[in-house]
Write a protein that binds this ligand. Structure first.
Ligand code: HEC
Length: 485
């Protein structure tokens, strides 16, 4: 993955796409050639394979940058493709973007951009959508394709469409903002570009509170690649020197199980729990940020001071949310043998099941209403697919909650269900939740290549359960809101 950040490899990608199109023989120049690379995409191929121009009802010169593309890019791409952002090129002007038109059309058609990994599959159609779904409509995908096919016209600036205001990344009405106690300096060492540090954050609440919103504040956007946020109820991390546990791998760095509350990726909006729900944060508890720093392209030495804004209420809300980690490490029993992913195997499966219970593994009566409002997947770099689903205690009916069939360690987030609480999946004591993880432990898996490079190996090894980069996990995290008596 590291190499995709280098301008040289991006240029190569473009060249390859162009060469690939020309090799097909049908196209006479670079701009019409691209459509041949996107056959797998949308229905737009009709416009690219002929030199008869008016194949669609679109007026001449449409779509063009000023009237059509710029507002879409502002809304869907500039969260990351902006000066100082994490993406490898900016999309702020026509000049920035023009030469990328073919690759943009290809990436959006394939669903690679904007990044979004909770997708429907044959095995998994969740009954609800998720908030902040980044996927583009077929119309917008076709618009990118048509723009590219027509040679990426600029259009007339005097006809420019108004640009949407970018969504605010700031949490409204925060109660507290806490930034890490001491800075982290990241430098490119040998061939190591990725660093995982766990940071202890003191939210400073003097009494027990209930969190209703949470926003990650990345200190240095050039190197903060993604962040997982855990609750440290016992404040164990207060003992870390300078508040930092270096090289903590893919997890919280704490000794016990720590509930995952959120995951942040660049462009990610603040997490806001549904109305009337709060997440308990006891007085004195800490939060741990597992930060993935990626040093490429950011210069020799970069400093970071990342933190959080939190909104909380001191009054007990009507619903209290808890997070559970199911799988390994987490609650539930393995349905497969010992957790070992042999070297050079594809389609290796680890599966777990958990009978829904209340705190302390006790059953709870049907009068207790529990609703599933958030779900997340967590594996490391050998994983390729994760699915979480629930089987009803009485009917045996199965409801899928999440599948991430194109797993990418770099784009982990918590998916918040986009429904009113009363319409969300209800969990009853005795229902069964299953988590199924698929791994590809061959050198063909780009994640395995990265992980091997990080530890200085050149061939896959047997992978076991653990926290290091070349260990694995299989976790379905669920956020469940329980109505208080
Ligand atoms: C959430 C952040 C984010 C958003 C939103 C986003 N991108 Fe990206 N984009 C990236 C990052 C990061 C990369 C570098 C490759 C990677 O990490 O996957 C990238 C790479 C690309 C590339 C180059 C891929 C290659 O082949 O090298 C293209 C083209 C692209 N994005 C197009 C788009 C378009 C078009 C949109 C909007 C419709 C968009 N992106 C929205 C973060 C984003």
């Amino acid at each position: 993955m590291a190499s995709t950040f280098a301008p040289i490899s991006l240029a190569l990608t473009t060249a390859l796409l162009l060469a690939c199109g020309n090799g097909n023989g049908a196209a006479t120049d670079g701009t019409t050639a691209e459509s041949t690379t996107t056959d797998a995409g949308t229905a737009s191929t009709t416009t690219g394979t002929t030199d008869v121009e008016p194949t669609t009802g679109a007026p001449a010169g449409r779509p063009n940058w000023h009237e059509d593309v710029a507002p879409v890019v502002a809304e869907h791409c500039q969260g990351c493709h902006i000066a100082g952002g994490i993406a490898p090129f900016t999309m702020e002007t026509y000049e920035d973007t023009r030469d990328w038109a073919a690759v943009m059309a290809f990436d959006v058609a394939e669903g690679l951009m904007p990044p979004w990994h909770a997708v429907e599959t044959d095995a998994c159609q969740p009954p609800h959508g998720f908030k902040h779904d980044a996927r583009l409509s077929d119309e917008l995908k076709a618009m990118f394709q048509a723009w590219s096919d027509n040679g990426a016209p600029e259009g007339d600036p005097s006809l420019a469409a108004p640009l949407p205001t970018p969504p605010s990344l700031d949490l409204p009405d925060p109660s507290a903002t806490a930034i890490m106690a001491s800075g982290v300096t990241v430098e490119k060492l040998d061939n190591t570009l990725d660093f995982f540090n766990c940071l202890s954050i003191d939210p400073g609440n003097e009494t027990d509170v209930f969190v209703t919103g949470l926003q990650l504040i990345p200190g240095n956007r050039k190197i903060v690649h993604h962040v997982l946020i855990y609750v440290d109820e016992a404040a164990e991390s207060a003992g870390w020197a300078n508040g930092i546990k270096p090289d903590c791998g893919g997890s919280s760095g704490l000794s016990g199980k720590a509930p995952l509350v959120s995951g942040w990726v660049p462009g990610g909006l603040p997490m806001e729990v549904p109305a009337d729900v709060g997440i308990a944060l006891p007085a004195g508890a800490r939060l741990v940020l597992n930060v993935h720093y990626h040093a490429t392209g950011a210069g020799p030495e970069q400093d970071d001071a990342t933190g959080l804004a939190l909104r909380w209420t001191t009054e007990q809300p009507e619903w209290v949310s808890m997070f559970s980690l199911l799988g390994a490490p987490g609650d539930g029993n393995p349905l497969s043998g010992p957790f070992v992913i042999p070297a050079d195997t594809t389609d290796h499966v680890e599966e777990f099941e958990w009978k829904v219970t209340g705190p302390g593994n006790t059953d709870f009566p049907d009068s207790v209403e529990a609703r599933l409002w958030a779900v997340a997947a967590h594996m490391h770099k050998v994983g390729v697919d994760l699915r979480v689903w629930v089987e009803d205690r009485d009917s045996g009916a199965e409801t899928c909650l999440l599948e991430t069939p194109r797993w990418d360690f770099d784009w982990q987030r918590v998916y918040e269900v986009d429904r009113p609480l009363g319409d969300m999946v209800r969990l009853k004591s005795g229902d069964t939740i299953r988590v199924r993880c698929v791994y590809d432990n061959t050198i063909q898996n780009p994640g395995v290549q990265e992980a091997l490079a990080e530890v200085g190996l050149d061939a896959p090894i047997d992978v076991q359960l653990g926290e290091e980069t070349l260990d694995e996990m299989c976790i379905g995290a669920i956020g469940v809101a329980v109505r208080q008596p």
